[in-house]
Design a protein around this ligand. Structure first.
Ligand code: TYD
Length: 210
């Protein structure tokens, strides 16, 4: 009888809107696949049919900040049970575009939702299933604002979060940096103001070490 596969790696990608995270997420997935790793690339809110429906509400319908946090965690629970835990049990690398750090940064630091409530929800929804590694794509809020304005000028319609003020994004960024400072072993902060090729070189080095 063959031994059960060892648990896979759970890697999350975070950063404020306009930090280039999603582009770099695709690149990291390709690099890992080229190295022969089985990769499950997914995102939050979303990643399941129910989660994607919840995402649509979250991004487009007005609601209280508390409901926003509750829906983020509802989508997360579906995602965890249907996608993340089975993939980790198979020994795959799970590359997740945003996870609970985003809820602390956006709903907690950005919108003022009680951090104690987020702690309780995080414990209820995923217990100790936490990322092994979190890549934080970091840019100042001015850079995020300029990039979002350029995307809008090219015809992209901005969602509820992307339309928030620069102050909001500054608080979200500070929220992320505070979480990274509290858990330096888990986080890797990537200066995402640099040209794409430089960031890619850093991502390649990270892929080599995984
Ligand atoms: P995002 O990764 O930015 O999607 P896209 O690259 O397609 O624009 O995620 C969508 C938004 O959801 C983003 O503005 C941040 C927000 N969000 C939260 O506010 N809290 C959360 O817990 C998560 C997972 C996302």
């Amino acid at each position: 009888m063959s031994a059960p596969p060892s648990r896979g790696r759970f890697i999350t990608l975070e950063g404020i809107d306009g930090a280039g995270k999603s582009t770099h997420a695709r690149f990291l997935a390709e690099e890992l696949t080229r190295r022969g790793r089985r990769v499950v690339a997914t995102r939050e809110p979303g990643g399941t049919a129910t989660g994607e429906a919840i995402r649509d509400w979250l991004l487009h319908r007005p609601m209280t900040h508390d409901s926003e946090a509750l829906l983020m965690f509802a989508a997360r629970r579906e995602h965890l049970v249907q996608v993340i835990e089975p993939a980790l049990a198979r020994g795959d690398v799970v590359l997740c575009d945003r996870f609970t750090d985003a809820t602390y940064a956006y709903q907690g630091a950005g919108h003022g939702v009680s951090l104690a409530m987020l702690d309780t929800l995080a414990e209820f929804v995923h217990g100790d299933c936490n990322p092994d590694l979190t890549l934080l794509f970091d840019v100042p809020s001015e850079v995020s604002r300029e990039r979002l304005a350029r995307m809008q000028a090219r015809g992209k319609s901005l969602d509820r979060f992307e339309r928030e003020s620069q102050d909001f994004f500054e608080r979200v960024r500070d929220g992320y940096l505070a979480r990274a400072a509290a858990e330096p072993a888990r986080f890797r902060i990537i200066d995402s103001t640099r040209p794409v090729d430089e960031v890619r070189a850093e991502i390649r080095a990270i892929a080599d070490g995984l």
